[in-house]
Structure formats: structure tokens, C-alpha cells
Write a new protein. Structure first.
Length: 453
């Protein structure tokens, strides 16, 4: 049965331009899958029987970038958008489990599709919207099945990143991984050690932001452990706590899933927020588990992992700050406290910034939502704290040195020198946030005079 779909106008221009030059051209891969599923498409991959030099000649009026010309790929810039075009090819051996040692160009669309990872990604579509499906990808997409094209062991041996892509697609699309594909992924997971940290990180972040990440990461925890060995000791590690109903790993993964799926940073922080618990565990005489200092330990472990996976410095700094603050050093209260004093809110905002403070509150709510039900009552407290913090920010309350009504020059005029200036300013800020002083120039100077005298 021939199905018709509307193709993006810019992409359609590329296809027709190639066809008018006497070549065959198709969009291929995930963009076709997403189109038939009605999902948003971020970019289009195009395949053609035109050789790279013929592609360059065809688009002589456009900017053409030789992205990977050795492997038959060039990028055409059209209307300021990149369109990656690759010549039909057959891949050679994959000696490094990453990319083919060599490629052989072919005139067969079927042979080109045969080299792809999963059947749902081996679909091609021409400019008329006609779909070419040689390996049952349409049925698999319809039935929500992830299945390797051909022999799964060969596919994963060629490029081990496909193992992680399989569970990432399962998490994002909600598809089941076909049995032989899943078995091969588990058996060959050690080959992920050959994959670059950057490629691992990219897939990992997409995975944890998937709507179905909890189910997938619990089911395929061995694969997660392969790329983050530190999580291995969290699996089946009982917490022996009235606050918890899951082992450490189960709690971590469910906390990740409780955060907004579009908040990448928050989900990254939650993935590592309790990773230090096994190293800080203590069982008291009553059989209750304690993890004193686990937030700091988790932050240190997260720092090592994120550097290893080559996260950018800002993401590392923010995530590690949230992790370090979420536990022992950031207590929303307990049995004897129903809220957080305004002065304490101010001090924390002063320390980590308002943006990070609101992220921390969201992290705490996601964390609580992965515990026993009675802990959810604390989220009501967090909501009140959130309202108070928003009010403090909106009222431009003094919570930073830049908001203080005096500065270093004022203190120099009083005789302060060197580190004394910083110490005095911070002391004044503390008094303002604690309500001991008004943020008024004269009042602050009088207090400073008392400090120097």
C-alpha cells in the first residue's frame, strides 16, 4: 500500500533539484519514522545515487560543505538550513566499533538501507511521499518494536553505540526492544567501552529525558552500569529507611523520571544525586539505615563521572552544586519544623543564585516523589518556600553584594584595607539578610565603623 506524506518545502527543493539533475533522491532514516508517527522533525537526512562530486556540482549555486566526503556525505546549506546528503553506500568493516574503515558506493537503495541500525530507521521516502520499506520497518513502527536490520550481533559489533541508541529509542518512543535485539545488546554491552565519551554522553542525556526512561533504565540497568559503573553498587542496595520504598538505584531512576522531561539539567543532577549513598551507608542498632554526608559524596562522584563524559563546565558546576545542596546541608525541616525561615532562604539564594535555588526546589520535589507516600507532604512546604523565594526576588530584596547599599570604595574611606573589605561587606550582607540591618547606606556605614573600631 502506497502512503502519501507532506514533505518540508526546503527538503523537497533538495530532492527535486537532485532528480532534475538525473539522480534518485530520498529522505531516509529517523525523519521518515517520525513523519509517519506524526512526530516533530528536527532535521532531514537525504540519500541519493549521485556521487559526492555530482552533489557538489548540482548545488553549485548553494554553499556546500564537505562534511564527510570520504564516506560520501556533503552538507548543502539552503535558506540558512543544513541538509546532509549521502551517496548510497555499503559499509566496510568496523574495526574500531565506531565507523566503517571504508565505504563502497552503490546504486541500490536497498543496499544502502541494509546498513542502517534498526528497521524503523531503514525507511526511505521520495519527493512524492512514497515510502520504500525493505525490512518491515513500517510494521515495526506501527507495532512499537525496535528491531535490528539483519543480524543484531553484527549491527552492534559494527557500531556499539547502537546498543545505547536502542534503549534510548525505547525510552523516548516507548517502543519495546525485540527479544533477539535486546539479548544481543546485553551480551555485547562491554563494546560500549570502545565508544567515545562525547557520543555516550549525547545518547545518555537523550535517554534520561525520555518519557519512558524509568521502565527502560530499570530493565536494562546492566547497560547503564556499563557506561556509568558507579551506579552498579546502587542496584539492589536496600536503604533500610522508613522514608524509602525502593533500593538506591530504583529511587534514583524514579526521581529522574519525576522531573520535567524538558529539563535536561535537572534530570542530569538527579541521575547522580544519591550515587554516593552506598559509600556512606551506616546501619544503626535499630536496623535503620543512615547516609550522613551522602550529598557531598555524591557530588564528588558526579564531578568525576561528568568530567569523564566531557560535560561542559557550566553543566558540571550547576549539577554538582544541586547535588551537594540537596541532602544534609539543605534540610527543609523535619518533625519539628514546618517551613524554612526567610533569612535562610535568602542565605541560600545568596550562595547559589536564584536560578539554581529554584532548580534545587524542583530537585527536592522530584526526590521526594520517589520515596514513600507520606514524604510527599514535604512538597507542600517546598511550594510555600518557592512562593516566598519568588516574592523575595520580585521585591529585589538584598541577597548579593551587588545589591548592598555600600561598596568597597565606601569601606576604603573608613580605613578598611585588603581582605578586610570583603570580610566586612559579607558581614554586612549577612546582617541585612538576617534582618539585623536595613539596606540603607548610612546605617551600613555606621555598622562598618563599629567593626573597624
Amino acid at each position: 500500500m502506497i502512503l502519501k506524506y507532506n514533505i518540508d518545502e526546503k527538503c523537497l527543493y533538495i530532492l527535486k533539484k537532485l532528480e532534475s539533475a538525473g539522480f534518485r533522491a530520498y529522505i531516509v532514516g529517523g525523519c521518515v519514522r517520525d513523519m509517519i508517527m506524526g512526530r516533530e522533525i528536527s532535521d532531514f537526512d537525504i540519500t541519493t545515487d549521485a556521487l559526492p562530486e555530482q552533489i557538489v556540482k548540482t548545488f553549485a549555486d548553494e554553499r556546500v560543505i564537505p562534511t564527510g566526503i570520504k564516506h560520501g556525505t556533503v552538507t548543502v546549506m539552503y535558506c540558512n538550513e543544513p541538509f546532509e546528503i549521502t551517496t548510497f553506500r555499503i559499509d566496510g568493516e568496523y574495526s574500531d566499533s565506531r565507523r566503517p574503515d571504508n565505504v563502497e558506493f552503490t546504486t541500490s537503495l536497498r543496499e544502502d538501507c541494509a546498513r542502517r541500525d534498526f528497521t524503523m530507521n531503514a525507511l526511505a521516502m521520495d519527493c512524492n511521499g512514497d515510502i520504500y520499506d525493505y525490512f518491515g520497518g513500517m510494521d515495526d513502527a506501527k507495532n512499537h518494536i525496535i528491531r535490528c536490520v539483519g543480524d543484531p550481533e553484527q549491527r552492534f559489533t559494527e557500531d556499539a553505540l547502537r546498543i545505547l541508541r536502542a534503549i534510548r529509542f525505547s525510552a523516548v518512543l516507548g517502543f519495546e526492544i525485540e527479544q533477539s535485539t535486546a539479548e544481543s545488546a546485553l551480551q555485547l554491552r562491554q563494546r560500549l567501552d570502545f565508544i567515545s565519551a562525547e557520543r555516550i554522553r549525547t545518547e545518555l542525556v537523550k535517554l534520561i529525558c525520555g518519557e519512558n526512561c524509568v521502565e527502560v533504565m530499570l530493565k536494562y540497568h546492566e547497560i547503564i552500569e556499563q557506561i556509568i559503573p558507579e551506579l552498579g553498587k546502587c542496584f539492589n542496595f536496600s536503604q533500610y529507611s522508613p522514608y524509602h520504598k525502593y533500593d538506591v538505584y530504583g529511587h534514583i531512576i524514579r526521581a529522574v523520571g519525576n522531573a520535567p522531561s524538558d529539563n535536561e539539567l535537572l534530570r542530569i543532577a538527579l541521575l547522580f544525586h544519591d550515587i554516593g549513598k552506598p559509600d556512606t551507608f551506616r546501619l544503626d542498632k535499630n536496623g535503620r539505615g543512615h547516609f550522613k554526608g551522602h550529598a557531598g559524596a555524591s557530588s564528588e562522584i558526579a564531578l568525576k563521572i561528568m568530567k569523564r563524559l566531557k560535560f561542559d563546565n557550566k553543566t558540571i558546576d550547576t549539577a554538582c552544586t544541586l547535588i551537594a545542596m540537596h541532602g544534609d546541608k539543605f534540610d527543609f525541616g523535619g518533625d519539628d519544623r514546618e517551613n524554612m525561615p526567610v533569612s535562610e532562604i535568602k542565605h541560600i539564594i545568596s550562595k547559589i543564585g536564584a536560578e539554581n535555588f529554584f532548580l534545587l526546589l524542583e530537585l527536592k520535589k522530584a526526590d521526594n516523589s520517589a520515596k514513600n507516600d507520606f514524604v510527599l507532604d514535604e512538597n507542600n512546604i517546598i511550594d510555600k518556600i518557592t512562593e516566598t523565594a519568588h516574592r523575595l526576588v520580585a521585591e529585589n530584596c538584598c541577597m548579593s553584594l551587588t545589591q548592598l547599599a555600600v561598596n568597597g570604595n565606601d569601606l576604603k574611606s573608613l580605613g578598611f584595607r585588603g581582605h578586610e573589605i570583603g570580610e566586612c561587606l559579607n558581614g554586612l550582607l549577612d546582617k541585612v539578610m538576617d534582618g539585623e540591618l536595613e539596606n540603607i547606606h548610612g546605617e551600613l556605614l555606621n555598622s562598618a565603623r563599629e567593626m573597624i573600631s
